[in-house]
Design a binder for this molecule. Structure first.
Ligand code: ATP
Ligand SMILES: Nc1nc2c(ncn2[C@@H]2O[C@H](COP(=O)(O)O)[C@@H](O)[C@H]2O)c(=O)[nH]1
Length: 200
């Protein structure tokens, strides 16, 4: 049975796309430009924090045991294993944002998207596509956050995610993140009707 999740407030946004495609970059930019409009759904993960990441803001960093217990207790709307770590969206993370009447932003992988599609959340699905696999690899390497093993796993996964993103039925919009400014303008234009609705 699909997990029950309340559909309070504005429609949430789900950002998806290969690791390194620019989801976090564009999410941070739109949240910064429209303060008070969006709220981030803080996921749980078993991966270690990267330098500069803050517990409770970027993720809730938890052990595998804690995460597995939460999943079996039904605390998560969706969860997935990505590059050897568990990630998941708790019901609380989404409901906390919805209760404040903000547009809830989820940043999740394609496994999560497939699971969310089986729930009553009814979000808008946005796919962030890199201009090419070569550029994706350059950007991921340039970010300097991954070991060679993690980078390899992420690039293998990226191929399948690109295929899933190329099916026009799976997403409401696909944005090619080549030039950052252009990708951001496209995202902003697409979201403007939702932003105006919240600002009414
Ligand atoms: N259009 C762009 N041009 C050049 N560099 C970019 C562009 N967009 C993002 N980047 C850079 O690419 C790297 C990956 O971007 P980002 O971390 O936002 O990706 P992501 O999709 O959130 O990745 P993950 O899923 O691993 O969290 C970052 O170093 C970011 O600064
Ligand atoms: N299914 C879910 N995927 C998630 C969640 N939070 C993040 N992610 C995705 O994981 C990868 C890797 O993220 P990183 O921060 O380690 O680079 C990326 O594709 C995210 O979108 C979640 O709660 N559920």
């Amino acid at each position: 049975m699909a997990p029950a999740i309340s559909s309070l407030g504005p429609r949430p946004l789900v950002f998806c796309g290969p690791s390194g495609s620019g989801k976090s970059t564009l999410i941070k930019q739109i949240m910064n430009d429209f303060k008070g409009v969006f709220g981030f759904s803080v996921s749980h993960t078993t991966r270690s924090p990267r330098p500069g990441e803050i517990d409770g803001k970027d993720y809730h960093y938890v052990s595998k045991e804690v995460m597995e217990k939460g999943i079996s207790n039904g605390e998560f709307i969706e969860s997935a294993t990505f590059s050897g770590n568990l990630y998941g969206t708790s019901k609380k993370a989404v409901e906390d944002v919805q209760r404040s009447n903000k547009i809830c932003i989820l940043d999740i992988d394609t496994q999560g998207v497939k699971l969310i599609k089986q729930t009553s959340l009814n979000p808008v699905f946005i796919f962030m596509k890199p201009p090419s696999m070569e550029v994706l690899e350059q950007r991921l390497r340039g970010r300097n956050t991954e070991s060679e093993e993690s980078l390899h796993k992420r690039l293998i996964t990226a191929k399948a995610e690109m295929e899933y993103g190329s099916d026009p039925n799976n997403f409401d919009i696909v944005i090619v993140n080549d030039k950052l400014d252009k990708a951001y303008q496209e995202l902003k234009e697409f979201l403007m009707p939702l932003i105006q609705e919240v600002n009414k």
